[in-house]
Design a protein around this ligand. Structure first.
Ligand code: NAD
Ligand code: UDP
Ligand code: UDP
Length: 314
């Protein structure tokens, strides 16, 4: 039995990861400050004696004896990470330093939840790991993008200088149950708007693209990456390469919910990336059979069922 620390474990992705790691017979410490996460996401795990919940902020040192660390603590939705940008960059950078210091001390393997945002508004399409990106260092998204880029640098430097066993996952847009209804990202916004009969808010003309990955596929990829041998450090893209415009996403959600909501067009936020699609050749080669399994309609249907339940319980 391994003891595994998941920072940001009460968040959307973290809660699914904690559940899967417990189901595979591990002991899990879930660390979270509940900025965007909630106990509701992990309520089913609380009765498991191998699950431990710790209220803690990763910008402060933390001591525990663990075998593996998944470092997910960081708000991920633009609305939330731009609410307190200084705190966001501290969370990425100081959080990475503290968790790397912990990994170094106890000789744990550590995985960083990095992001496709390290590619910024990409001039290369689709994005391979070798692309260095096109990121504005002083814009509204910089606290997140540059924080995550600096965290990648720290991971590589702790690996080179201190021989810490690291894995860097570059996660592309992921969605599914346990997103907050007020998360602010596009999939949860559109589903909640459609279910409530409100207008779907398209930013810009809706021609910008994203490639959406269902959360179960990501969790399988993160665990597979953690299990690779020491020579595999990443960075490694984890995403579903099927690309959609925001208009296509809105139309698909209207169709699946049977909603008669209308589309309204609002201003495109500054520095909003125009296109995004992962090149997942590296993950396919190194993650032993890993491949996204869940198509957009199937994943949206699961998410719609989840949000219907959340809304009807309110
Ligand atoms: P989320 O906001 O649901 O989860 C983040 C969790 O981190 C929350 O539970 C939050 O309370 C916690 N947290 C935030 N600041 C903290 C701090 N200082 N100390 C302790 N806990 C803190 O978002 P998510 O979508 O689950 O994202 C999880 C991770 O994956 C993040 O690091 C994010 O950057 C990364 N990621 C997500 C996506 C995606 O599409 N969902 C894409 C790329 C990267
Ligand atoms: N740290 C931590 N838990 C540990 C070990 C270290 O939170 O179990 C923190 C520690 O407070 C330090 C950071 O990780 O600020 C980096 O640790 P490292 O040993 O790399 O650097 P140093 O202590 O020399 O600054
Ligand atoms: N978006 C939108 N309506 C919304 C929320 C987001 O049209 O209500 C757009 C947003 O401008 C971006 C895309 O959807 O082009 C994905 O946004 P999200 O915040 O989900 O993720 P990110 O921009 O970080 O990829």
């Amino acid at each position: 039995m391994k003891r595994i620390l998941v920072t940001g474990g009460a968040g959307f992705i973290g809660s699914h990861l904690c559940k899967r790691l417990l189901a595979e017979g591990n002991e899990v410490i879930c660390l979270d400050n509940y900025f965007t996460g909630s106990k509701r996401n992990i309520i089913d795990l609380l009765s498991n004696p191998y699950f431990e919940l710790v209220r803690h902020d990763v910008t402060e040192p933390y001591y525990a004896e663990v075998d593996e660390i998944y470092n997910l603590a960081c708000p991920a939705s633009p609305v939330h990470y731009q609410y307190n940008p200084i705190k966001t960059i501290k969370t990425s950078v100081m959080g990475a330093i503290n968790m790397l210091g912990l990994a170094k001390r106890v000789k744990a393997k550590i995985l960083q939840a990095s992001t496709s945002e390290v590619y910024g508004d990409p001039a290369v399409h689709p994005q391979p790991e070798s692309y260095w990106g096109n990121v504005n260092p002083i814009g509204p998204r910089s606290c997140y993008d540059e924080g995550k880029r600096c965290a990648e640098t720290l991971f590589m430097d702790y690996h080179t200088q201190n021989k810490v066993a690291i894995k860097i996952a570059r996660i592309f847009n992921t969605y599914g149950p346990h997103m907050n209804i007020d998360d602010g990202r596009v999939v949860s916004n559109f589903i909640v708007q459609a279910l409530q009969g409100k207008d779907l808010t398209i930013f810009g003309d809706g021609s910008q693209t994203r490639s959406f990955q269902y959360v179960d596929d990501l969790v399988a990829g993160l665990i597979a990456l953690m299990q690779t041998d020491a020579s595999v450090t990443g960075p490694m893209n984890l995403g579903n390469p099927t690309e959609f415009t925001m208009l296509q996403l809105a139309q698909t959600i209207l169709e699946l919910t049977g909603s008669s909501s209308k589309l309204v067009f609002q201003a495109l936020p500054q520095d909003d990336p125009q296109q995004r699609r992962p090149d997942i050749g590296k993950a396919r080669e190194l993650l032993d059979g890993w491949e996204p399994q869940v198509g957009l309609k199937q994943g949206l249907q699961q998410s719609i069922t989840y949000f219907e339940n959340v809304l009807s319980a309110q």
